[in-house]
Design a protein around this ligand. Sequence first.
Ligand code: UT7
Length: 320
Amino acid sequence: MTVRILGTGSCLPETVVTNDFLSGIMDTSDEWIASRTGIRERHLVKEETTAQMAAEAAKRALEDAGAEASDIDLIIVGTITSDHVTPSAACEVQDIIGAENAIAFDISGACSGFMFSLHTAYAYMQAGMSKKALVLGAESLSRIMDWNDRSTCVLFGDGAGAVVLGADATGLLAFDQGTDGARGKVLTCPGRLNNNPLVQQGLQQGYVQMDGQEVYKFAVSTVPASIQKVLKKANVRTEDIKYFLLHQANIRIIQSVAKRLKVSEDKFPLALDHCGNMSAASVPVLLDEVNKKGMLKRGDKVILAGFGAGLSWGTALLEW
Ligand code: UT7
């Protein structure tokens, strides 16, 4: 017995921001953004919150799975942009969808957040601690962007994706995940400073800072190696994989991974052109788009891979 994805859902904010719009407010261009990254537009929150988007994605995933909120006994949200320090986004999702039988918590794994959450839910279920779980990736990344830093703010978008997990004879077949904290400084976002009667370091606005080239080098070497490890663990050949659903950071990273694995780029569906990089939400939103387009049939083998800040990475092989 393993754990299978029974349904998917996603939710993007209503407002679309194009590269041309950004060119009107900062020194950038559609040509630079599209040719360097593949991104043409992204959705940004106005009134929406991380928890609202996550709850909507969760409702859609439940509907797709034919499950009720009351069936869910575990909710995990991968996010670095929950609306509050506490309660977590997962607690808010539990309340909004009425999953009163679930325990709920967030995982801070940045762009690997959904993959870490998926693996954690899998472990709970294999240990008999959960029978039906909701796993999400949800971000309002635009909140933590420095909108005066064109090298980062044009890359990211907001959104949420969800999957429902249940026990089945097939499904999640193998995982690989890792962390390299020693290289963490290449992609950071500061938190709160010490503030108590002994020391007051003041309020600090925390924005994402990235050494893009270092993250790029990390991604193009680590992701193919992680995928190969997972395939080896499950004794599955690269050519048996129908789709590789990668974190949507940059089309050039995806092309490089395809080349290193000697796989056609056609097997790497994309959402980054219209979503940008949504950190933990990238993989589940892409999976939902692929599922809802009817591109998957029972028995198809699919790779999911997230990677980024930490540095961190997580890969899973599943049979649909
Ligand atoms: O989700 C977490 C994982 N993150 C990633 O995987 C990101 C990985 N890294 C990347 O995708 C790429 O490194 C970037 C897309 C972030 C940057 O691409 P790059 O080819 O590494 O560009 P660069 O940083 O070397 O910058 C090249 C030039 C610079 O100008 P000079 O110094 O050559 O005159 C930048 O100032 O491009 C300039 N530049 C821009 N120009 C127009 C940087 N941002 C922009 C911009 N518009 N938005």
